[in-house]
Design a protein around this ligand. Sequence first.
Ligand SMILES: [Zn+2]
Length: 421
Amino acid sequence: MDIKMLSLQDRLMSRFLRYAAVTTQSKSGTETVPSTPGQWDLAHLLMKDIAELGVTDITIDEHAVVVGRLPTRLPEGHAPVPAVGWVTHMDTVDVGMSPDVHPVVIRNYQGGDICQNEEKQLFISVKEHPELLKYIGQDLIVSDGTSVLGADDKAAVANIVVALEVLAEHPEVPHGEIYICFVPDEEIGLCGAKSMDLSRLPVEFAYTIDCCEQGELVYRTFNAANVTLQITGVTAHPMSSKNNVVNPILIATDFINLLDRGVTPEHTEKTEGFFWVTGIEGNQLNTTVKMLIRDHDRAKYLAKKEYLKACTEMMKIRHPKAKLSLSIQDDYGNINDAITPENRKCVEYLFRAMESLDIVPLDIAMRGGTDGSFISTKGIPTPNYFTGAHNFHSSCEFMPMGAVENSCRMTLKLIELITNG
Ligand SMILES: [Zn+2]
């Protein structure tokens, strides 16, 4: 397959700008999935776009999760090829900036600070972002400084649509069955992926394209749980408080003091896990403590859950008149725990694709999770690779088009490698 370099970059840029123009910032604390109406608009636009590229059986559910299938195209007698999926998210993150994105295209970047917004005097400075200098001579896309760029994850949405476009234009290129899936609300707790009926995705494995710099690949993520501890005490007038009042706020602080102060986000790195006390709210009768548990290592993750249960039992003994109830909800899992000797090839294909494209792999143990971290726990191993963009969740997010092109070449190379077995 010979795809002209410029044409691939042009296609990626124009697709990205088309999707960035639809406002899809997700909103946490909303009852519905999707959390914002713009995500419906993008879902419908994408349904139309992929229908023009040979994708069939396109469906959308009540949560705006779009799934389509590109049918197998193999010469007679070809060995069977596993069905594979691509999952990308349609929402952009809310970090307190404008939900509307106004991309700015910088042609042939020559180094130096980038002016995003003349009027508001907003810049991406080389001093703060020396990574810019890697991309001298490339075209860049930045935001106008009032919002994120939303390359997370619309660079990926554009990537998969352009890959479909290339396949549609090259009928000589063989491939197996490919499922395309667009989900909403990734940024607010993987809500779109969690709401999805995964029987719509009958694949052996899948990929997300949802990390940053060229070369990044992720199949190791946290195991994650959300924890709520509810404490009810006893309240009384000071006249009769002695030997009577049980203060739930003090029980909450006793509980928190049982946690190792070295096992917090601020004292851990790489694959180390932690407890994160994220909220405490209370009065003299009721107090609620919110916490997160994170750990790459499944055994240590389970031990952390057990430790919180033991702490709760201890508090019950120490404060027999108090009522304590602990709830621990699994949120997502380490993708690596879904990798078996039989399906390990989904990760190996990533390394092989990078090798054949001369991309140096950056194998990251991610201190977080992706849609794939949830989907993997449901039996579809779903590793993740780079979009090529930098500085997700920031007004300094930018897309160097050479790296974005290489991400799309990864997609096409993966399809080739999977087809050839
Ligand atoms: Zn993302």
